[in-house]
Design a protein around this ligand. Sequence first.
Ligand code: ADE
Length: 246
Amino acid sequence: PALRADVVTIFPDYLAPLRLSLIGRAARTGILDLAVHDLRTWTHDRHRTVDDTPYGGGAGMVMKPEPWGEALDALVPAGADPRPRLVVPTPSGRPFTQAVAVELAAEPHLVFACGRYEGIDSRVAADAATRMRVDEVSIGDYVLNGGEVAVLVMLEAVVRLLPGVVGNPASLTEESHAAEHDGLLEGPVFTKPTSWRGLDVPPVLLSGDHGAIARWRREQALERTRRVRPELAPAPLEGRGLEGLT
Ligand code: ADE
């Protein structure tokens, strides 16, 4: 397979949507080797306990280190080369972006550790770092109940980048955030009919003039990006060193 992905969670059913659509087909056709594991497999007490109260006090519960340690020992062979990447979804992680998705899609083996409650005992990441590259990642500035939905988001973004998953590879370079379009947002799109409920398709798109169409799309992308995500829009040319040419 192009990618092996292991997901460890106390709610394996939360990952059921991975059987559907493009990711499901990638798993069935062997592009993706996906396994979802129940963390409680690696507990040994009668109640299959995975959490405990936090040292130092505070609200909520913290995931115990022992089941996580055993899970990662089982999933990551000692001396694995290259060292697999351990992705830990957490609101305190680095932002997940299209560039991170591209990075992860280039890895042969990803392990996702879904925390619940107030998070996982920090020694788990410290111990894992001896044999894995630990990557704490946030999918946005809001709080989820656990990492499961974040893993669904990240896997969908990553798996569609694997060769053979998306039917037309050009779709991947023409979309929002694509490096080929300087990370701009995609502008509006249209299909038939040319006129609908009094609204017309912009005539340039019907002109057959590919240069004019490309320029119009670039303008639309820039306008939209400046309006809804100004921080993603390129800085104006002034002050970017043209004066250095004279
Ligand atoms: N787990 C809980 N909230 C999260 C977030 N915003 N991103 C990633 N993982 C999370």
